[in-house]
Design a protein around this ligand. Structure first.
Ligand code: PLP
Length: 383
């Protein structure tokens, strides 16, 4: 179920468009700098670069339209967009943490996020990672110097769900900040901020773009946390979203609700087909998991088209042969576009390979080709 209010936010239906001169889309402010009326106004503007248009490394009108829509979709106070999802995550870590602090990662996490945390150990920021059965006892892994709990739900590769409200509650009691990577659910199917989470990050490269033509990221949080991040790490790391790319992402948002409805229904149809296939051992999809069903219905209003399946094959070569026989599923990284994609998990990213991740796991991103065509393609490849 998609909130009807979110559809209007994606379309910008209720926005003040007086500055667009009646154009149906926001103009692209392809400018690096903005003139001010006087020397004093310029110097004053520099103190408020998070609010005023001074220099595009801080704030830009086109990017700001995207930021307002994403903040509204997540029900957050403030949003900044970034050159990539990993740039948004970098800004959270470097903007809020210092040497001696500890991050607790809960659930299976996107590999490069953990590689970034590993890189930060050389700057004195420590971390622990828990997944699988350990997630239930996450409080036992909180340390006196834990400053940030970072998690994914559904998690990378196995798409397991953890309790957002339990994490928010335990963190608040101890004054720990919480950040969720909400890329796979999109703000349409899961809203962590009203559930008590402090920060939400997105890889806009995926469903928000939806057309595999932009790399982008976003961070949504409170005004006070954003101020800290803006002046410490947004302006100084400089990983900004370019105005034209922001405009492409705005175009992506226009069809996000429509695309997500089809990604959801076709993803589910393909996952159910695979779950019943004799060459498939298990399917990992949040809406098909008995163990997670209670949490899913509590904290999600739907799900996207991304899931994985463990194939019943003798060895990795046999798995690759099946993947290679697929014609409609492109062999590629990333996900969330109109074209279906497939990737074997083994050898893709070693950070994913805790013992619980089966060796013969394949991840599918269900595109918009239509469930019947995709199922026919799988039928032929699995034969
Ligand atoms: C792709 C991805 C990212 C990183 O986003 P980029 O835009 O590629 O930097 C972060 N989190 C998840 C869950 C992802 O899949």
């Amino acid at each position: 179920m998609i909130d009807k209010k979110d559809v209007l936010i994606c379309l910008g239906s209720e926005e003040d468009t007086s500055e667009y001169h009646g154009a149906v889309l926001p103009p692209i402010a392809q400018a690096s700098l903005f003139r001010k009326g006087s020397a004093k106004e310029l110097l004053e503007g520099l103190k408020h670069e998070d609010e005023e248009f001074v220099y595009t490394r801080g704030t830009n009108p086109t990017v700001k339209v995207l930021e307002s829509r994403l903040a509204a979709l997540e029900r957050g106070e403030s949003c900044k967009c970034f050159a990539s999802g990993i740039a948004a995550i970098s800004a959270v870590f470097t903007g809020l943490l210092k040497s001696g602090d500890h991050i607790l990662f809960i659930n299976n996490i996107y590999g490069p996020t953990l590689q970034l945390a590993e890189m930060l150990t050389s700057f004195g920021v420590e971390h622990d990672t828990i997944h699988g059965a350990d997630c239930a006892d996450f409080e036992g892994h909180i340390r006196p110097n834990t400053k940030l709990i970072f998690f994914e739900s559904p998690g990378t590769m196995l798409f397991r769900v953890v309790s957002i409200s339990a994490i928010a509650r335990a963190a608040k009691e101890r004054g720990i900040l919480t950040c969720i990577d909400n890329s796979v659910s999109t703000p349409l199917f899961q809203k962590p901020i009203p559930m008590g989470i402090d920060l939400v990050v997105h890889s806009c490269t995926k469903y928000i773009s939806g057309h595999s033509d932009v790399v982008g990221g976003a961070l949504i949080t409170s005004e006070s946390l954003m101020k800290k991040i803006f002046f410490r790490s947004f302006l100084l790391l400089g990983g900004i979203q370019a105005p034209f790319d922001a405009w492409l992402l705005l175009r992506g948002l226009l069809t996000l609700p429509t695309r997500m409805r089809q990604h959801q229904s076709d993803g589910l149809a393909v996952a159910k087909y695979l779950a019943d296939h004799k060459r498939v051992r298990r399917v990992f999809h949040p809406l098909l998991s008995d163990a997670d069903s209670e949490l899913v219905s509590k904290q999600m209003t739907g799900y996207s088209g991304l899931f994985s399946a463990e194939l019943d094959v003798a060895d990795f070569d046999e798995l690759c042969a099946i993947v290679d026989r697929l014609r409609l599923f492109g062999k590629a990284v990333s996900w969330g576009g109109v074209e279906s994609l497939v990737i074997p998990s083994f050898g893709f990213d070693d950070d994913y390979h805790s013992d619980e991740i089966p060796k013969h796991l394949v991840r599918f991103s269900t595109g918009l080709e239509g469930a019947d065509s995709l199922i026919a393609d799988l039928e032929a490849a699995l034969d």
